[in-house]
Write a protein that binds this ligand. Sequence first.
Ligand code: ADP
Ligand code: SF4
Ligand code: MG
Length: 343
Amino acid sequence: MAERPEPILEVRDLVKHFPLTSGVVIKRQVGAVKAVDGVSFDLYPGETLGIVGESGCGKSTVAKLLMNLERPTAGTIRYKGEDISRLSGRALKAVRRNIQMVFQDPYTSLNPRMTVGDIIGEPFDIHPEVAPKGDRKAKVRELLDVVGLNPEYINRYPHQFSGGQRQRIGIARGLALRPEIIVADEPVSALDVSVQAQVVNLMEKLQDEFGLSYMFIAHDLSIVRHISDRVGVMYLGKMAEIGTDEQIYEHPTHPYTQALLSAVPVPDPEAREGRERIVLEGDVPSPANPPSGCRFRTRCWKAEDRCATETPLLAIPARATGGAAHESACHFAQEREPLTAAG
Ligand SMILES: Nc1ncnc2c1ncn2[C@@H]1O[C@H](COP(=O)(O)OP(=O)(O)O)[C@@H](O)[C@H]1O
Ligand code: SF4
Ligand SMILES: [Mg+2]
């Protein structure tokens, strides 16, 4: 295997607890929503890291922490070796230029009273060094062209565009400052299926053109597989499993990943026959009161006593070989048995 370059982002033991308070006059903290509770991963230059997991597992909170829109309770986020999670003022502004976000909902994330020219050019107000005043219009027209929109539309308003076109505007805005990293939080989840592929293809084209690193968050496993080089699976504020797309989709070793994948429709009838659907019992527990030990144990068919007392660490399972040799947070991480052996 070729030697990997240094990561552009290194996230270590990231924690975000939101306090739960009670009382009207004198507020007391009565607990905490453990939205993100010890998450570690790397992002490499030019790659796409997909993050999947059910609603509420902490994906958007991770994104906000990376963007410095939230402060971590604990842990570090290193960008090119420097911890950026507690920066402020000028230092924060300088780093922010390199990490930009594309949001889920193209209908609410664009200000309806601003023209697309003003929306796309707004980041230049904060970073005038990227585009001096006289150059802005030309830069915005160029950005419209880059995302496949007619530069003549520069004076139109968001409501004059379709959902897919609006997401292109959101992407153009994200690109304005020529960032190195784009954190895309469910960028196509609100779009029609027919439009999703166009936006994903555009993002792939732009990645090559500008050498971008993507963190691509979604709950749709098929889309994530299509765009990602590596994939991380989150459950209740923790990373359950992380590996290449092939490792996660063909050789998952964490029961949660196996259950998620068993619910994805498979177009090939033969592949479908060879696979048993795993139906998870019960609901996702509250992040204010997560289960002890392994967070997945209340829904896991493999759970044993040890799972309630010992928190499994994200690590390569001792006996794993081949495609299954990637990090998984399960005491009994293992590829699924062939179906003939299933009881
Ligand atoms: N500002 C906040 N205050 C309190 N709880 C929050 C806040 N933001 C998110 N949460 C909670 O944290 C958990 C994770 O949320 P989120 O990161 O949005 O998940 P996802 O994006 O995976 O759906 C949820 O239980 C959510 O209700
Ligand atoms: S550690 Fe135990 S409960 Fe958790 S996923 Fe593995 S077997 Fe299931
Ligand atoms: Mg979210």
